[in-house]
Design a protein around this ligand. Sequence first.
Ligand code: SF4
Length: 592
Amino acid sequence: MSEKVLLQVKDLHTSFNVPSGEVRSVNGVSLTVNRGEVVGIVGESGSGKSVTAYSIMQILEKPGRVIGGSIRFEDKEMLNIPHKQLQKIRGQRMAIVFQDSMSSLNPVWTIGNQLREVIKVHQNAPIVQAEYQKITTAKKKLKNKEGDLKTLKAELKKARRNYKEFIDNRCLEMLQLVGINEPEKRLKQYPYEFSGGMLQRIMIAMALMCEPDLIIADEPTTALDVTIQAQILELLLSIQQKMKMGIIIITHDLGVVAQVCDRVNVMYAGRIVESGSVRDIFYNPQHEYTKGLLNSIPKLNVKVDRLEPIVGNPVDVFRLPNGCSFAPRCASCMQVCLQRYPEHFPVTEDGTHTTACFKYVKTMLEKKKISEGEFQTYLNSCAEGNKAFKEISRLDVYEALLDYQKAKKVYSEVKNQDISKEEKEIYKYRAAEQRQNYFRAKRDLALAKKTYRDSKSEKLSIDKNDVRKKVHHHKVEVAAFAKGMSRVDFDAYLADLIICTSPVNAAITKNDVMAYKKTFHEAVKKHWKKKYKTLSEKVEALNDIDELRYAYDRAVLDLKWKKYIEKKLVATRTSLTKIYLKKNGLRKGDVV
Ligand code: SF4
């Protein structure tokens, strides 16, 4: 990871298991934020922008769960660090400004108390550490009785007073920084005494309390009127330049993006479909969705009677299409868009502008800017939709099981402890809830497997019909010509008899299938024996097992097919010979 890189998200997947099914809100998001850079995530409502932010901060509400990918903050992998370390980073090094400030602040606490709370939670943040250390030292001295007791007590009291003063000064400083007048008076007021714009400023002040390196602003200006919007954006930018922070701005407003961002990621149905600099996205958009977004906003230099909306409705998150998620609304949709996920393809040579659209790659091929070979390599790199989902479901069940085991363990530990009946009930309830989640995930996996199996048998039956039709065709054809055919012609016909079916590996043998089975079982055995150091190691091994299982399934299917076709070929030869013999008035064994 380069030194400049602050945050690197790779192939992030987040899902919600709800009673009506599984919602894949984030499907393989990858993005990078450098120090001192403003990165925008833009897309329509429900495209997964906020869930991406909550996944990065790891503040997802259950049943939301990150089920795959990596989130690296500086050199730390955030997805498998202990909770305590995560707490240190969250709020101190990374902070979030929520969309709705009124419901994000506590209505029964004064603004001052809510700002002070941030520092109290992060007493080890560099900005407060020195002051807090004085209290710890004074306490230690008092405990060890290192001097006159009265003086030591006075010292501790003074350190506490100084610490309180320091926090108050910090709160005032932050309120001044975000442009709140009369900060001393404002500290004692409650959220209902502020306007929407002022509350948003207070949220920003709260996020800045510990001088974080990264701020995620989730639609920071959506609920505000235009003049206040401009002030808040200006404020964010000036603070960012002063503190050299990285900022992720999440918005559906392209105007905000154009005003403040250095780089933009366009999101649709949980995936980033185009990524590039503001100039690239606004002046050279390549994805059909980005073009649609830009066409739906008014332009100063173009006079239009009506704005052009993007046709159709946002995609149903319970039933994401197999291929490109934008396909049902895309006027340029092609056959391949329905079958595969388009991967990102570089638009500029340095790879800073990329798009995930088959149409762009096809245009490049037509303009001869890429070769046929390069085009095929790109197509091969794009996974089939169903396969990509199948791999995720396996991990989902595994994580649900881990959560359930953890909750069960906690409950069994506290069951015999001396705590109130109500508290025991809470632990019991949590364990039961996790158990329910686990069984729901298991049921979903079983359903996914059934769908997968059904799709395979459906394919088999369609192909079987195809074979039957072809056999029938051969018989009719031979019956018509058999009379006039010489024995030599007929033998040649039989030798060339081919029944075309879906692609099947004709070279597959029983031994090959056994070898696939053996490798798969060995990998499973090894998995159960091995003690993994990290969760990601275990997840990787499970992924490998899934792939081996897939290869084994495929080999079994190929062998089954090969046998079926061979059987059909023998039957066809026999019946054709009978027709030939009958038409020529011959008997079996006659030599012609
Ligand atoms: S990949 Fe296909 S369906 Fe998706 S945006 Fe491009 S052309 Fe349209």
